[in-house]
Ligand binder design. Structure first.
Ligand SMILES: Nc1ncnc2c1ncn2[C@@H]1O[C@H](COP(=O)(O)OP(=O)(O)OP(=O)(O)O)[C@@H](O)[C@H]1O
Ligand SMILES: [Mg+2]
Length: 278
């Protein structure tokens, strides 16, 4: 099995009013090609900052202060911005939590998808762009794709918007797709539809997926491997079935016990005392 993306001792700091925060603390990750990895941890544990560091899309107050990120052996952190733009959006995609924040509210959905083909493939022919955009919407199972092309994001439901965002991110058939809590803003039935869609797309296109979530149970239905984050560190990792059934780290066990279940007798949900460290 080959490794598509590897982080070695990745460390990221953020400047905040109360001082320096080490949001990512000597993280080591090996993402195997063709598999789905869940990055799980509670709010503030550093999941999003890890993804942002891997892809070099940190906020202006953030900086990678140490480590390496190897994408198929090439150091992403050492790449020129130009070389990086050829990788991001084309070979690596990123779907965010709320599609409303990643889509442009003033552009039709069709134009936003066409932009990807214009930018990354240099296609200029309008009819060809339209044809590609329809195909992209069909790939994420949006009904009546041709008619929906001229709609704006606000005219779509939350689930359909997330499908559009996925369509844009997989338009160039990326080898690796990051999904940062792609379904947290959606209701549970739509959540499952989107996850099944991602799973199907992953199989069809042999994509590798990094799926960020705080829901270990959801991750276990969908992912092959898991890395558990706590306070900027990866505290446990492995094939998800193993970690799920035999958690080693107390935090992982806590995560599992904190999940409500419909069948279980009613009792207080378990929590971990205190608040997470900065
Ligand atoms: N723009 C920012 N400026 C300063 N600190 C930030 C910024 N974004 C995140 N942080 C801090 O970095 C740490 C890691 O945050 P991160 O967003 O990676 O957490 P997360 O695991 O993705 O949480 P969530 O599940 O809520 O999305 C937290 O302490 C957070 O407060
Ligand atoms: Mg996050």
């Amino acid at each position: 099995m080959s490794i598509i993306l590897e982080a070695r001792e990745l460390t990221t700091q953020l400047v905040t009013r109360s001082g320096l925060v080490t949001a990512v603390d000597h993280v080591n990750l090996r993402i195997e090609e063709g598999r789905a990895l869940a990055l799980v941890g509670e709010s503030g544990s550093g999941k999003s900052m890890t993804c942002a560091s891997l892809l070099r899309v940190l906020p202006p107050n953030g900086r990678v202060v140490g480590g390496q990120v190897l994408f198929k052996g090439e150091d992403l952190l050492a790449m020129t911005p130009r070389a990086l733009r050829a990788v991001r959006g084309r070979r690596i995609g990123m779907v965010l939590q709320d599609a409303m924040t990643s889509l442009n509210p003033l552009m039709t959905v069709g134009d936003q998808i066409a932009e990807v083909f214009r930018y990354h493939h240099g296609i200029r022919d309008r009819a060809e762009l339209r044809r590609r955009a329809i195909e992209a919407l069909e790939a994420v199972q949006i009904p009546a794709a041709a008619q929906r092309l001229d709609s704006y994001p606000f005219q779509f439901s939350g689930g359909m918007r997330q499908r559009v965002s996925i369509a844009i991110n997989i338009a160039c058939s990326p080898e690796l797709l990051f999904c940062d809590e792609p379904t947290t803003a959606l209701d549970v039935t739509v959540q499952l539809q989107i996850l099944n869609l991602l799973r199907d797309l992953q199989r069809e296109r042999r994509m590798t997926i990094v799926f960020v979530t705080h829901d270990l149970r959801l991750a276990s239905q969908f992912c092959d491997d898991v890395a558990i984050m706590y306070a900027g560190r990866i505290v446990e990792r492995g094939p998800i079935g193993e970690v799920f059934h035999r958690p080693v780290h107390p935090y992982t066990e806590g995560l599992l016990r904190a999940a409500p279940s419909l069948g279980a007798p009613r009792e207080r949900l378990s929590t971990i005392p205190g608040t997470p460290p900065s």
